[in-house]
Ligand binder design. Structure first.
Ligand code: MG
Ligand code: ZN
Length: 384
């Protein structure tokens, strides 16, 4: 075979596999989506943190899918030079490679962040031998802590799934949904209703959740009013829409989850995912990236507001990988205009930031591996 033919074949196969992997993407890049012209911006509060050697009682982990410095800086520019993220004084970087690839996907990235073990791309909560791993959410549950997951994608999608499910492929949405029933998770809010109800095995997991005592709600207005008990908020058949459709779903779901989980005297673990920064970057859309970054920043603001009062809560913000090989070509702090450029339609191997706030924050500085995140959460929760 000639080199040309092999190169063509490799190009075709790479394109095909990334298409198959990203078939959930419905956004299409428009040329004019590369320029965010400004417009929406939010006020930012300054919160003081307690960082002593006391161990945190609660942990809130934000995973901003696809975020590295370019996505952060685009949002910082769009919001006219300020973000809730600036409250974080302890920060570092994570290497994100998976067990079988320099460039991770969200399943292996999520599993590294949830278990501390590197695995193959596509794996959900299992190791390279497809053996079940224990996640920090499951460990928290075993200790009697309350647990929660919030996501703007389907709750069965790779990132949240990595914290609660154990399946050899991220595409096994129905199996992943069934794994939720094997746990005692207190609160989960995200899309994915159809994976609980339209199933090949004929089970109706919404009915089963109700039998287990969950309040099952599909409407954010109902979800926002829930203050206690178990909650399954399934806000979309599959993924939640873009910002113009889903509005303040993520900040509101974050507040709701914190309200409910903080009733537990033994503390809580909550993972919140800003899922669609990744999708905006896959689509080469600066507008999509900025809107979703600002959205997750407001959700982070809700967590910081709680943590600054509560003083026993560690808030961590990080990402699974960078998406788009994004950079910023133009920006204006006065108008909020940002012009982004993307060098790939896929993920990159670029390091991602990690930021921490509150007791235990000192455990999250320097250059680390993504697997160090749950390891260090375990350590600081033991007071080390
Ligand atoms: Mg994700
Ligand atoms: Zn992606």
């Amino acid at each position: 075979m000639s080199y040309k033919f092999i190169a063509l074949l490799v190009f075709f196969l790479a394109g095909y596999s990334s298409m198959a992997q990203n078939d959930y993407l419905n956004a299409q890049a428009e040329v004019n989506e590369k320029i965010y012209t400004g417009g929406q911006n939010h006020e930012v509060e300054v919160y003081s943190q307690v960082t002593n050697n006391k161990k945190p009682k609660n942990v809130i982990l934000f995973i901003v899918d696809g975020m590295s410095l370019p996505q952060m800086h685009a949002a910082l520019t769009a919001n006219k030079g300020k973000l809730f993220l600036e409250n974080f004084k302890h920060m570092g970087f994570l290497k994100t490679h998976s067990a079988d690839n320099y460039i991770t996907d969200s399943a292996a990235g999520g599993t590294a962040l949830s278990t501390g073990t590197k695995t193959y791309n596509g794996a959900i909560g299992v190791d390279v031998n497809k053996k079940k791993l224990t996640t920090i959410l499951e460990e928290a549950e075993n200790k009697g802590m309350a647990t929660g997951l919030v996501s703007t994608s389907a709750i069965t999608h790779a990132t949240p799934a990595s914290f609660i499910a154990h399946q050899e492929s991220r595409n096994m949405y129905e199996e992943i949904a069934a794994d939720f029933l094997k746990t005692d998770i207190d609160v989960f809010i995200g899309g994915g209703y159809k994976h609980f109800t339209e199933r090949k095995d004929g089970r109706n997991l919404v009915e089963e959740l109700k039998e287990k005592g969950y309040q099952v709600e599909q409407d954010m207005n109902s979800i926002k009013n829930i203050r206690e008990g178990k909650l399954a908020g399934l806000t979309a058949a599959e993924h939640n829409g873009r910002m113009n459709e889903r509005s303040d779903m993520l900040p509101a779901a974050t507040s709701t989850a914190i309200n409910i989980l903080s009733n537990n005297k033994k503390g809580f673990f909550l993972m919140v995912e800003g899922s669609q920064i990744d999708w905006g970057a896959h689509a080469g859309s600066t507008i999509y990236v900025v809107e979703d970054m600002l959205d997750v920043d407001r959700a982070i603001g809700k967590a910081l507001e709680f943590a600054s009062k509560n003083k026993e809560t560690l808030v961590i913000v990080t990402a699974d990988h960078e998406t788009g090989g994004m950079t910023i070509l133009k920006g204006n702090y006065e108008t909020g205009m940002v012009e982004g450029e993307f060098t790939t339609g896929g993920h990159t191997g670029l390091m991602v930031p990690i930021m921490a706030f509150g007791p235990g924050a000192q455990g999250f500085t320097g250059i680390m591996d993504n697997t160090d995140v749950p390891k260090n959460i375990r350590k600081v929760m033991q007071g080390n």
